[in-house]
Ligand binder design. Sequence first.
Ligand code: PMV
Length: 327
Amino acid sequence: MNLSATAIAHPNIALAKYWGKTAFGYNLPAVPSLSVTLAGMATRTTVSFDESLAADQLVLNGEPSAGETLARVSGLLDRVRARAGKHGLRARVDSKNDFPTASGLASSASAFAALAVAAARAAELELDAAALSDLARRTSVSAARSVLGGFVTLRAGVEGDEVLPAEQLAPPAHWDVAIVVAVTREGPKDVGSSEGMKHTMKTSPYTGAWVERAPALFERVRAGVLAKDLAAIGPAVEQSALMMHAAAIAADPGILYFSGATVEAIAAVRRMRKDGLEGYLTIDAGPHVKVLTRGSDAERVAETMRSVPGVLRTIVARPGPGAHVEP
Ligand code: PMV
């Protein structure tokens, strides 16, 4: 009996941001989000259930890992074990990213998407994409979106939700866009997203405004992606990110993910647009700035961003596939 499987998943960048959870249900987002799953960078994860193991084991990028990260991995494995009726069976998990964790590309999204797909297959569960996405969502909301490829939506949780999977809005080939990541720091981690959003929801006076306004921004982004209209979605993409950060900055104490280079990069994107090169920014729980642009403009946008003081390097990423088992 070979209870082992390997899966590949890619990171995603949200064009309409998720920030905050609802009080109802388990790990349900308070606002709807829309993301692009990216090609090029990948997490590759192998899960092997093994009768001889007394506890789950995790190796991350070649290094044994324990503590909170292992606890999150075991939490997902517990759900798979419960579903497969394999309660006592522990697993060895080996996970590698082929992109640097400090690149500003959420590694938890691709990590938990790959883990969900590999663990389900290793346990011989036949789960469809929706069930796999829901499984990943219970550990990391953004991971639910990396299970699907291309342009992906995840609605907000509502009372009574038992399952909440992400859905594909359009496949990768639907729209030739690129995300240019302006990397502004290689250094230490910021306030993690889970912690940051919890603190924002609890203490920011702007939480109400964020939760109230986010759905309309999501709708604008959704309609614009379907219509492949960059000029229509751009302002909504920027407002979604800046409103999320404004809510975090207004928390008590405030959470500021920006560095000086982040602010320089924001100004550069606006200047670039005035000069006729179209691109719109988004920023996650870190100081890097990501620019959504046409596929054909990506290299020129990357060149522009590399000239910004404090930008160390750029990564050009395009829409890519969902998570899948490695044959
Ligand atoms: O699910 P998490 O903990 O990776 O949170 C993701 C939060 C943002 O990246 C800032 C926004 C998003 O929708 O991906």
